[in-house]
Design a protein around this ligand. Structure first.
Ligand code: PAN
Ligand code: ZN
Length: 185
């Protein structure tokens, strides 16, 4: 075989599962998400080991200019009446952007600028989400199946969770069996 013909990593686009490659996996449990949901008592009633989401990342270069590739699998469920969601973050290097691609399930991408203006994009298989710099982002699973989204972002971006410790301007809840967007001010 030609040594210059390299077999790239492969992902199943229907599930977001990586195949034939070494991926790094990090799971986030109910215990990890203290004070993230509006109803902290409801969160405490969940099994602390319950996995809310997991991220699988390709083991790739971390050099300046390199890009990271990862898939988030966000389980369906609620904490009280609020849908399961990722913690959400700005990038540590705030000017750095990211692209998300919806793979399976249905949900929302919550985006918030530094002035606190929030907006939501619908996430579905095939959706493309251009996240500009200076924009905090969080995935929310409003469906009954796993929500999986592929993300590509600069290796130098890093994560800043502390800047959002008081939460986002919007929450997404189920009320009367409907998805409802609630303002937190
Ligand atoms: C994603 C997120 C992933 C988990 O890979 O890190 O969805 O969300 P939290 O990091 O907010 O827990 C990404 O946006 N990377 O930059
Ligand atoms: Zn990010």
């Amino acid at each position: 075989m030609n040594p210059l013909l390299i077999k790239p990593p492969v992902m199943d686009w229907l599930t977001g599962a990586f195949a034939h490659t070494s991926a790094l996996k990090k799971s986030t449990t109910a215990a990890d998400l203290a004070n993230v949901f509006s109803d902290e008592h409801a969160r405490q009633r969940l099994d602390p080991n319950l996995i809310i989401y997991s991220v699988e990342m390709l083991d790739s270069s971390r050099d300046d200019g390199a890009l990271f590739t990862g898939v988030t699998h966000l389980n369906p469920g609620k904490v009280g009446d609020e849908f399961f969601m990722t913690r959400g973050h700005y990038h540590a290097r705030r000017e750095q952007g990211e692209v998300y691609f919806g793979l399976r399930g249905s949900g929302l991408l919550l985006l918030q600028d530094e002035d606190g203006n929030a907006r939501l994009e619908t996430v579905m298989p095939g959706s493309i989400h251009i996240i500009s710099g200076y924009t905090a982002h969080r995935l929310i699973n409003t469906g009954n199946d796993i929500l999986s989204a592929l993300a590509v972002w600069p290796a130098v971006a890093g994560h800043n969770y502390a800047a959002l410790q008081h939460g986002f301007a919007l929450s997404v809840k189920e009320r009367d069996r409907q998805v409802q967007v609630v303002s937190n001010d």
